[in-house]
Design a protein around this ligand. Structure first.
Ligand code: LLP
Length: 706
């Protein structure tokens, strides 16, 4: 076994005893969002693209990234931005390519089985080139392009019958493979196309296969195609483009040699230039394979007489290449092994119920323990893009690292993703009993909530359930009912119902409680985003503490004077998700809140929606003492998150207190973070506080009769 020495240029290097991607420790990401996960390096992607472009610069080819290798939107966006085009195989890939920003004039479309709908979609978008693979497809294109403005551009995909000497499953350019047209068949079609009113033949296309590590097959094929092009020219068919497909092989093991692209470029440049052709290429693997790894955790170790198994949390559904092609992916420990650490021969296997579920067989690895993370290297190509949900497993998240930063490019699936395209009629016909309905009670700074996972949509009327459950004597007792529901825009949606049955837009303490609930139930990781009626909330969970990003506060009105019961009260209005009226006072404990607050809450100035009311006393050290009367609850509550934020922000504007502000409420302390601007606006507003899980239980159907 060789030492885990890493290529100097690699974006994946050991630093301080841990494997890093660029400047981020991989174990930190894994700790935070869990495993398995895919991780990509921005720097590696950039350098692969620039290297390819530089190597072939004398031909200035159109580099069409083959989306099938990895259609992750973030990666696609980066490549589109660098000026790459796209090679697509399906309507879905076209959709993603357009969304990522690849201009239609740089999109080429290959595939033996393009459907009528897919062709129509591509015609509507006026993509650059259809790489046609059969006579039938050409006839259909002819029919569909009738009546369009201008002619559409096609290349015929030739099956050159050349063995690229790669794995038989990824060989595409041999006669026995389904791809492309034979040369004499293609010749007839080219000649026929001369008379076409709707179609112009622009080029010739081939693709020999994938993971090709020798340049000879390319040279032979380009030679063959060049001759064919000259032969066609003599018959009046003048082709402009040669599309050489993809297939550039990489080194999955250090002892392997990748395709020598420098040599390939230097040999083909004269051939292409001589004939005045323009070059298109469709690299997939070359651009993304070594930009990505899959990170997995060792769940268990198992020992047999003849074998040792490392059972990890990623399976063949996450990375199928080892099983499907016997592909080799190097495996590294995230914790750098010591030079002296003993080696062992293991099978690295996943949790899927198939004996073929392995990532490596008889692999010699430095000894590792249960709970350790492993990196499956070079998994950026045909990794996630071939992943499935077999065994109802959740598709893993994808992360992009750039320097010291990382972003969650795709969140981990949650259970409800598994059923979102399935019919839900069972539940509509009441075949799934909704009772007993599990719930959790949590409290955040003195606000208590009943939280129910309503992703199956069993609760149709949250308002009426809240009215039954919130009363302390006849229900469970709570300041509100929180429903966690599906969201098309974020990890989940929070709906919050007051005890009077009304639905609130947002509640800071409620938001923290539901985030903790989602985390405890495995619905989200430590960071998540969720939808509320007041917008998307981002959130970080650390133990009991939950910190949420608040929407930008709105409708600030300072020094508003209200006349209440014949007296004038001055305060500040601010909407921090819900409306708040904040009054500063020197002795908050003595404010006759019960008498005063309802009249302010219902004051004509705040109609029709009314307002919450906060009484605030400034203390030393950026600290506020706050009492809040909450609309909907219609009394003073022990704490109110949006009220704490409104108090801190108006306190900043009128009393000069600065971030972070400690807000003391009866139910506990909250911390408010923010950045203020000169124009009295705020950004980066965060609310942090503790949440507590009080109990879990089941709601019985008798609640219906309350
Ligand atoms: N162009 C066409 C028409 C293709 O069919 C392919 C890949 C490419 C370009 C990109 O090939 P690349 O540069 O990535 O080698 N799942 C297999 C590879 C299948 C390749 C399919 N066609 C694997 O994991 O090895």
């Amino acid at each position: 076994m060789r030492e885990p020495s890493l290529n100097e240029e690699s974006s994946f290097q050991y630093k301080k005893g841990k494997l890093f991607c660029e400047d981020v420790s991989i174990s930190q990401i894994a700790d935070e969002i869990g495993t398995p996960l895919y991780l990509y390096s921005h720097r590696a992607l950039l350098s692969n693209y620039e290297r390819l472009k530089g190597t072939f610069r004398r031909l200035s080819p159109l580099i069409c990234y083959s989306l099938k290798a990895n259609a992750n939107l973030t990666l696609c966006r980066i490549l589109a931005h660098l000026g790459a085009g796209a090679d697509i195989l399906s309507g879905g890939e076209l959709y993603k390519a357009l969304l990522a920003g690849f201009p239609p004039k740089r999109i080429v479309f290959a595939g033996v089985g393009k459907t009528r709908q897919e062709l129509e979609f591509a015609l509507r978008k006026d993509i650059f080139m259809f790489n046609v693979e059969s006579q039938g497809e050409l006839e259909l294109l002819e029919e569909l392009s009738r009546g369009l403005d201008g002619k559409i551009r096609v290349s015929l995909r030739i099956n050159p019958d050349i063995d690229p000497k790669t794995h038989p499953y990824i060989t595409t350019g041999m006669r026995e493979n389904k791809f492309g047209l034979e040369m004499d068949e293609a010749e007839k079609l080219y000649l026929k196309l001369k008379d076409s009113r709707n179609i112009v033949s622009k080029g010739i296309h081939f693709h020999l296969g994938s993971q090709i590590t020798r340049i000879e097959p390319y040279l032979r094929c380009i030679e063959k195609m060049s001759k064919f092009i000259s032969h066609l020219r003599k018959q009046g068919v003048d082709l402009e483009y040669m599309d050489m497909g993809g297939g550039f092989g990489i080194a999955y093991r250090q002892k392997e040699s990748p395709l020598d692209i420098e040599e390939l470029a230097s040999q083909i440049t004269p051939l292409i230039q001589e004939r005045g052709l323009k070059l298109i290429m469709e690299p997939g693997r070359y651009l993304v394979a070594n930009t990505g790894i899959m990170v997995t955790q060792i769940l268990y170790r198992k020992r047999r007489k003849e074998k040792k198994f490392l059972i990890v949390d990623a399976g063949m559904n996450d990375l199928i290449r080892p099983v499907l092609y016997g592909a080799y992916h190097e495996i590294k420990k995230i914790q750098q092994p010591k030079k002296t650490s003993p080696m062992e021969v293991v099978d690295v296997v996943g949790p899927v119920c198939e004996s073929t579920d392995f990532l490596a067989k008889d692999r010699s690895l430095p000894q590792s323990r249960q709970g350790e993370y492993l990196a499956i290297m070079d998994a950026g190509a045909y990794g996630f893009s071939m992943a499935s949900s077999y065994n109802a497993r959740l598709l893993p998240p994808e992360v992009l690292v750039k320097g010291e930063k990382w972003i969650l490019s795709r969140r981990r699936e949650v259970y409800s993703d598994l059923t979102k395209t399935e019919a839900t009629s069972l539940e509509e016909e009441n075949l799934i009993p909704s009772y007993p309905l599990p719930f959790v009670k949590l409290q955040g700074s003195g606000n208590d909530f009943i939280v129910v996972d309503n992703r199956a949509n069993l609760i149709k009327d949250g308002g009426s359930l809240a009215m039954k459950l919130c009363p302390r004597k006849t229900g469970i007792g709570a300041d509100g009912l929180l429903l966690l529901e599906e969201s098309p825009r974020a990890d989940f949606k929070m709906r919050i119902f007051n005890p009077d049955g009304s639905e609130a837009e947002m509640c800071g303490n409620g938001a923290r409680c539901i985030a903790r609930f989602a985390y405890l139930k495995g619905i989200v990781g430590r960071r998540c985003r969720f939808e509320t009626l007041a917008g998307i909330i981002s959130c970080q969970i650390q133990g009991k503490k939950v910190k949420i990003g608040m929407e930008k506060p709105q409708d600030l009105r300072l020094n508003l004077r209200l006349s209440v019961k014949g007296e004038i009260y001055e305060g500040h209005y601010l909407n921090t998700g819900v409306p708040h009226f904040v009054l500063f006072t020197s002795r908050v404990d003595q404010v006759p809140l019960k008498e005063l607050a309802p009249s302010i809450r219902n004051h004509p100035k705040f109609r029709p929606q009314g307002t919450n009311v906060d009484f605030v006393q400034v203390e030393k050290g950026n600290t506020l003492k706050v009492r809040t009367y909450e609309r909907g609850v219609e009394e003073e509550t022990l704490a109110c998150g949006t009220g704490a934020v409104a108090s801190a922000l108006t306190g900043n504007l009128t009393c000069g207190i600065s971030s972070p502000v400690r807000v003391k409420m009866k139910g506990g302390d909250l911390l408010v973070y923010f950045e203020g601007a000169k124009d009295n606006s705020f950004s980066e507003v965060f609310l942090e506080g503790e949440t507590r899980l009080i109990f879990e239980g089941k709601i019985s159907e008798e609640v219906e009769n309350v």
